[in-house]
Unconditional design. Structure first.
Length: 233
């Protein structure tokens, strides 16, 4: 049993979710996530970050920038093999080149290369459309909707599941959709909040809530951390 489960013992989910956010925001501050100079760059990052660290994605994006390829029509025209070589640092580069091209093809062929037009419509409609594109799964689709198009959707990843299961709010094997609904039903529906919350959870997981050998005693969500902080103050 992880020591941070005291939250679920003393707070309902609707009470605990805002409390967790407040604690993490106090410690980490605003995250300004997702990094990117344009919608297209954010979307490229969301696709490339699958199964790889962000530092690798940055190298791949820098390669594209170096060739002046953060452009819908240029990416549409570029040979897939050349694209794969440029994004090689992101791993699984042949597959990811195909995923990028598939997304770009939809925007070019169905939306006249207009990314703004692609994003118009209700969240559910756009999510369904994204999931129909080769290589776009729920997490990637939701990241695109939240960060590129500012639609209020809570992104679920392995970090989110790990943290909330250790707090004992959810079962480890809960589905993506069920966890997403559970969170969205118990916290204010606000794009800015969902944006910051997801980024804060990522930081917590990387700093304390590790997959193995987590630093529970040092975790900001741990009761003992609170007591030590109070004593210090």
């Amino acid at each position: 049993m992880f020591p941070c489960n005291y939250l679920s013992e003393n707070k309902t989910l609707s009470e605990g979710l805002p409390l967790i956010y407040e604690k993490l925001y106090l410690i980490y501050g605003p995250q300004d996530w997702w990094p990117g100079d344009s919608k297209l760059e954010i979307i490229i990052g969301a696709i490339l970050t699958q199964a790889v660290s962000w530092s690798n994605v940055e190298m791949a994006i820098d390669n594209l920038k170096g060739q002046n390829l953060i452009d819908i029509n240029k990416l549409h025209k570029i040979d897939k093999n050349r694209l794969a070589k440029l994004i090689k640092p992101s791993g699984y580069y042949n597959m990811k080149a195909k995923k990028l091209k598939s997304f770009i093809d939809v925007v070019v062929n169905e939306y006249n290369s207009n990314l703004d037009d692609f994003g118009k419509g209700k969240r559910e409609q756009k999510r369904k459309e994204l999931l129909e594109i080769y290589g776009i799964g729920p997490e990637t689709a939701d990241s695109i909707l939240l960060y590129a198009y500012q639609k209020p959707v809570f992104v679920i990843d392995t970090y989110t599941k790990r943290i909330f299961s250790r707090i004992n709010y959810i079962e480890k094997d809960i589905s993506y959709e069920n966890l997403q609904s559970l969170i969205e039903d118990n916290i204010e529906t606000k794009q800015e909040l969902f944006n910051e919350y997801h980024a804060l959870l990522v930081n917590l997981a990387k700093d304390y809530c590790l997959k193995s050998s987590p630093f529970c005693d040092q975790c900001p969500l741990n009761k003992h951390y609170e007591e030590e902080k109070d004593d210090y103050c």
